[in-house]
Design a protein around this ligand. Structure first.
Ligand code: URA
Length: 229
């Protein structure tokens, strides 16, 4: 956003007053006096006026092990949400980079960095997501072939990318998909009249739940710090 508009918005000063503040050197960006109101300022740059902080947002990234029964939403009048599990003063700034159904367990990523969440979720982003799937019926070779070939989803007008399927037991599969369509895995199995009885997301791209990561646990991370993934 342009600096003059941001200052006007955050300080509630009128356009002329903002111009005067800029001209008198009262506005700083990242600690340095800034007189150019037309320059762009990102959400994460510190902006101050007369030493009063107007914006000072730290970029946040969180991995969370979502337990069953918790909503993948930022607020809800009835049900507990993933945000309710994060006991940090900044939890309300976060949004989800991809949702899980209420009964589904496993990894969700939250952030206040829109560009980062878009890199994981926007159409065309090729990010593998791996799930452990338990079903009410055994998985046949026909099902595996269909998943590995790609399936047509008329509503969204897409054909899924070839999934990776690992049969762990007759009714247990490790499945990697590359899209994140609504109820995608349940709908894939439903084509074959198979019901998903438990679903757990193990990983999103390079980010995975390690064994010590219990339901309800969360951790902050930095996207470039390999050891924290
Ligand atoms: N597919 C589903 O059907 N549900 C989820 O929660 C995630 C993927």
């Amino acid at each position: 956003m342009r600096l003059d508009r941001l200052v006007g918005h955050l300080s509630e000063l009128g356009r002329n007053a903002v111009r005067e503040k800029l001209a008198s050197g009262s506005i700083s960006v990242g600690g340095d006096v800034e007189r150019n109101g037309q320059r762009d300022v990102s959400t994460f740059e510190a902006v101050a006026m007369d030493s009063q902080v107007l914006q000072d947002r730290t970029v946040r990234y969180v991995l969370l092990h979502k337990p069953a029964g918790i909503l993948s939403a930022t607020s809800d009048p009835v049900h507990k949400t993933v945000i309710d599990l994060i006991s940090e003063s900044w939890a309300d700034e976060l949004h989800l980079a991809g949702r899980l159904d209420r009964a589904t367990t496993g990894l969700v990523i939250l952030t206040n960095d829109g560009a980062f969440s878009e890199s994981l979720t926007q159409p065309g982003a090729v990010v593998p997501k791996t799930y452990l799937v338990t079903t009410d019926l055994p998985i046949s070779d026909e099902v595996i072939t269909a998943f590995e070939t790609g399936m047509r989803f008329e509503k969204e007008d897409i054909t899924t990318q070839a999934a990776i399927v690992e049969r762990l037991a007759p009714c247990e599969t490790r499945l990697t998909i590359y899209e994140g369509k609504h109820h995608q895995i349940k709908r894939m199995f439903a084509r074959f009249e198979i019901r998903v009885t438990a679903l757990h997301r193990e990983s999103i791209g390079d980010y995975r739940l390690t064994d010590d990561f219990l339901p309800g646990d969360y951790r902050t991370f930095k996207p470039d710090a390999c050891e924290e993934k």
